[in-house]
Design a protein around this ligand. Structure first.
Ligand code: ADP
Ligand code: MG
Length: 378
């Protein structure tokens, strides 16, 4: 049983003027799979390295099971780590690399062999067990590094972009494998990635960071459906959420390209929050922007005419980019049963007004956030 707490953690590197991590607060419960996600340079690796004990904590407290361990050395924290740079022992075979952690802890030889055989099979490494790291591809080395961590059962697994060198197909299989092994072992896992798809598919809870600060913590569903601000809204989900600046007045949202009538519950929220007659930023995912008679009939006050600029064929859907000032591009997803769109052709688009987000144009904070987050806490 483990519980981990990070309290007001700050990190300032000695050669830097600013903090790389600011006021980081997080409690992690036993068995949770936490994904730290955010753009490059936002402080993910720095946070993970402080948890690992490889980097000093400038300010704040790191606790394992209620005990402050800021000054406990890395090797005494009972963690297994996987880094982007595999850090394998070059003179050892794959088998010895994977089994090394168990050997250090004096496990009997037959037990080490059985565990290594087992994990190697899960990670498709069986045929490479007698090779040296230099005889492997980058993706194979990355899997050896994973195997070396997963063969153990520590209090805590830490992984820093462990799938970055795998091709798309292997990344998906290994992702599933890591999730499965995590369920088997039940130890807390903190996983760092810049890839929102990995975060969405693997996490129990996502911690989304930007410029050294946490933007939002929550389940994948929570971040996707109730983003706290514009940054979270556009970071999670592909294609990125459309954000359009305009004005809210008398139940309608107006921007340069269109006016739509909002649904009653959104009108109430905006009125209550004092936005009548004020500027707001409308957020609409591509899945809320449709075409076709069915949608025109369902949302007659939410239609407007525009021109298709470009399209991306995805098989069972098409992402179409439209002209919609003040945005240059505006993406909608047209599915089966909706009309084909030719480039430069005029088309009537429909905004599904039951799926909209609203942000304060100045602060970029979500106007619906606190109301919706109460629903998540129920
Ligand atoms: N050893 C270091 N010395 C000084 N600055 C560093 C060091 N390591 C990282 N940084 C800076 O800290 C910030 C966060 O880096 P990092 O944690 O590696 O980001 P991420 O893993 O999210 O890409 C960056 O601005 C980076 O330049
Ligand atoms: Mg990093």
């Amino acid at each position: 049983m483990s519980k981990i707490s990070l309290r007001n953690i700050n990190k300032k590197y000695p050669n830097s003027d600013t903090c790389s991590v600011r006021d980081f607060n997080l409690d992690i419960e036993d068995g949770e799979f936490i994904v730290l996600v955010g753009p490059s340079g936002c402080g993910k690796s720095t946070t993970l390295r402080m948890i690992a004990g490889l980097e000093d904590i400038t300010d704040g407290e790191f606790l394992i099971n209620g005990e402050v361990v800021n000054d406990v050395s890395s090797k005494d924290r009972d963690i297994a780590m996987v880094f982007q740079s595999y850090a394998l022992y070059p003179h050892m075979s794959v088998r010895d690399n994977i089994g090394y952690g168990l050997k250090l802890r004096n496990y009997p030889g037959n037990e080490i062999k059985a565990s290594v055989d087992n994990i190697s099979e899960d990670l498709f490494l069986t045929e490479y067990l007698e090779r040296k790291p230099k005889e492997l591809s980058g993706g194979q080395r990355q899997r050896v590094a994973l195997g070396r961590a997963m063969v153990r059962t520590p209090k805590l697994y830490l992984m820093d972009e462990p799938l970055s060198n795998l091709d798309a197909k292997l990344r998906t299989t290994t992702r599933t494998e890591i999730s499965r092994m995590h369920k088997d072992k039940g130890a807390i896992t903190i996983y760092v990635t810049h890839d929102q798809v990995e975060a969405m598919t693997m996490a129990d809870r996502i911690v989304l960071m930007s410029m050294g600060e946490i933007q939002q913590i929550g389940s994948p569903k929570e971040l996707f459906t109730n983003p706290k601000n514009c940054f979270v809204a556009t970071f999670m989900g592909m294609p990125s959420m459309n954000l359009i600046e305009g004005t809210y007045e008398g139940g309608q949202f107006t921007c340069q390209s269109f006016t739509i009538t909002l649904n009653e519950s959104d009108q109430q929220i905006l009125n209550d929050a004092g936005y009548n007659g004020k500027s707001v930023t409308l957020g609409a995912r591509s899945s809320a922007i449709r075409s076709g008679k069915k949608y025109r009939d369902a949302f007659p006050d939410c239609c407007f005419e525009t021109t298709a600029m470009n399209s991306e064929y995805l098989g069972d859907a098409i992402n179409v980019f439209f002209n919609a000032a003040p945005m240059n591009l505006f993406v909608g997803t047209l599915g089966t049963g909706e009309p084909d769109v030719a480039i430069d052709e005029k088309i009537t688009l429909v905004i599904d007004n039951t799926k909209l987000h609203f942000f304060d144009t100045k602060t970029e904070e979500s106007i619906k956030y606190s109301i919706k987050s109460a629903e998540f806490k129920k």
